[in-house]
Design a protein around this ligand. Structure first.
Ligand code: S3P
Length: 167
């Protein structure tokens, strides 16, 4: 496989966007946030897409946008936490990218996502929603080439760890 892109996968709040931006700077690659690309494609926010068209529609657009993005090269792509659920997306990522899974403790995730209350899948009791979704996605990120626990590491440490694992 020729590695053309680096793709970050992981549950919400594991640090995909924060780390992806720093990683792109470090590699001198372009940073793409897949959720932002979906919003640009639809001219609408993730929240509004979920509210007006529903999750199934969002997942369809997510697959299309991701496939389009991954035709490019030298990009660090932060995916949405549910992008790994579709086999076609996993295949597409593995076809030409180095896939890095990020994970964190439930406590760290809850703490981080509580800063942004807009996520459609985390409405209601936050702790309960995180635990339920984490349980249902227990093995969803295991297909990644490497997995890094971000709970107790700094962004700089994580970036260097990923760069080291790439070579
Ligand atoms: C989702 C995660 C979100 C976003 C959407 C659905 C998920 O992205 O794609 O709300 O299913 O886990 P982040 O992981 O960037 O929050």
């Amino acid at each position: 496989m020729t590695v053309r892109n680096l793709v970050l996968v992981g549950f919400m709040g594991t640090g995909k966007s924060t780390i992806g931006k720093k990683l792109a700077e470090r590699l001198h690659w372009r940073f793409i946030d897949a959720d932002a690309a979906i919003e640009a494609n639809q001219g609408s926010s993730i929240t509004e897409i979920f509210r007006l068209q529903g999750e199934a529609y969002f997942r369809k657009v997510e697959s299309q946008v991701l496939a389009g993005v991954l035709t490019g090269a030298c990009q660090v792509v932060a995916t949405g936490g549910g992008a790994v659920l579709a086999q076609e997306n996993r295949d597409c990522m593995l076809a030409n990218s180095f896939v890095v899974g990020l994970k964190a403790s439930a406590e760290a995730i809850i703490d981080r996502v509580s800063q942004d209350t807009n996520r459609p899948l985390l409405q209601g009791n936050l702790e309960e929603r995180v635990h339920t979704l984490l349980e249902s996605r227990k093995t969803a990120y295991d297909f990644a080439h490497v997995t890094i626990d971000t709970t107790a590491l700094t962004v700089e440490q994580i970036v260097e760890e990923i760069v080291g694992r790439m070579s």
